[in-house]
Design a protein around this ligand. Structure first.
Ligand code: MG
Ligand code: ZN
Length: 178
């Protein structure tokens, strides 16, 4: 199976200043995201969302606030004809030292094996170096979405399996060219 793994915040939807998309008012889609995801599906890619969500379940970020946004997002995707093969969420804090926070691969390890992922035909798309490191850790090529908040690490910039692009549709274009 060929899979495109997708970060959520900053990739599919706009990142926010406090890093917590916990109300519908903060939910805004990236330009071209529906069209891009449909193109990937039409080209035979399965879509897997992989997202770090710091501290869901805490007082500042209750599960119900996360779910309200996530449910709206998935419903919107459905309306746009887009279904995710899987949605993987790490709800921990960096200091928890869990095995599921990107760039760790705990969230997708079983899925990769069960689905017989083809690493040479699979991709990761994200807006942080940790997304790209995650891609490397699972053995796929990565597309980094240039943005004003996060820089791609120097050593990753020179990596031949890492591509920097300006927009989500450029990322899709890069993948479809492969
Ligand atoms: Mg992100
Ligand atoms: Zn985790």
């Amino acid at each position: 199976m060929k899979i495109v793994f997708l970060d959520r915040d900053g990739a599919l939807i706009e990142e926010v200043d406090d890093g917590k998309i916990d109300t519908l008012a903060k939910l805004a889609y990236k330009p071209g995201v529906f069209e891009g995801l449909r193109s990937l599906r039409e080209a035979g890619y399965e879509l897997v969302m992989v997202t770090n969500q710091n501290g869901i379940g805490s007082e500042e970020f209750p599960w119900e606030n996360f779910d309200r946004v996530q449910d709206a997002l998935l419903q919107k995707m459905e309306e746009q004809g887009i279904r995710f093969f899987d949605v993987c969420i790490c709800p921990h804090m960096p200091e928890d030292g869990c095995e599921c926070r990107k760039p760790e691969i705990g969230l997708v390890k079983d899925l990769m094996w069960d689905c017989e992922m083809e690493p040479e035909h699979s991709w990761m798309v994200g807006d942080r170096s940790t997304d790209v490191e995650f891609g490397k850790n699972i053995g796929v090529r990565s597309v980094f979405l240039k943005n004003e908040r996060f820089e791609l690490g120097e050593e990753l910039k020179n990596d031949p399996e890492v591509y920097e692009v300006e927009s989500f549709l450029d990322a899709v274009g890069r993948i479809l060219k492969s």
